[in-house]
Design a protein around this ligand. Structure first.
Ligand code: IMP
Ligand code: MG
Length: 183
């Protein structure tokens, strides 16, 4: 595989995550919040973000897997991967969300299919508020009209890894966010 190219440095990420943390602190002043991270990609973002939020907070995690014919990792890299939009929960949250202030934390908003599904099932649990924080956003790939309330960076249609994001389960531990060249 050809060389990874840095798109966002660890310093750029840290500065932006700090800003989002301050924003959430302001927006929810005096309230308690529940962060729900989408496994596994959001784990690192959630950990950093939550430490910049000066509020009473708890963590939870939700796991999803998409149906459809997932291509090989190489194919996914070249042309992206469009699931059928049918998503299956592999791990549910551990608590009732009723009347809670929920912030759903995701690594990247791509086609929007995953977050559209998750939003629908979480809204049904009647939280007081449901906001979405996505570290990255690829607006050009959107198939469902969904936007995050807090976005770290809008990025072009490139396949990226690092800071929690993977390619075939690798590279999640890279401190910078890097582009995998498609050739
Ligand atoms: P969506 O349902 O298409 O919005 O899918 C979002 C999910 O696709 C993310 O949670 C990631 O797991 C994965 N994904 C989309 N783009 C990338 C990428 O550039 N790198 C790594 N994973 C990605
Ligand atoms: Mg993911």
């Amino acid at each position: 595989m050809s060389e990874l190219r840095v798109l966002l440095t660890r310093d750029q990420i840290a500065n932006r995550v700090l800003e989002i943390g301050k924003q959430i602190t302001r927006d929810f002043q005096g309230k308690s919040i529940v962060f729900i991270g989408v496994l596994k990609g959001a784990a690192i973002f959630l950990g950093d973000l939550a430490r910049h939020v000066d509020l009473d907070a708890s963590f939870d995690f939700i796991g999803v897997s998409s149906y459809g014919n997932r291509p090989s990792p190489t194919q996914e890299l070249r042309s992206g991967w469009d699931s059928t939009g049918e998503v299956r929960l592999t791990k549910d949250v551990d608590q009732s969300l009723r009347d809670k202030n929920v912030i759903l934390v995701e690594d990247i908003l791509d086609t929007g299919l995953t977050l559209t599904y998750l939003k629908k099932i979480l809204v049904a649990r009647q939280p007081s508020t449901l906001k979405i924080a996505a570290l990255l956003d690829k607006p050009s790939r959107r198939k469902q009209a969904i936007e995050a309330d807090y976005v770290g960076f809008k990025i072009p249609d490139e396949f990226v890894v690092g800071y929690g994001l993977d390619y075939a389960e690798r590279y999640r531990n890279l401190p910078d966010i890097c582009i995998i060249p498609r050739d």
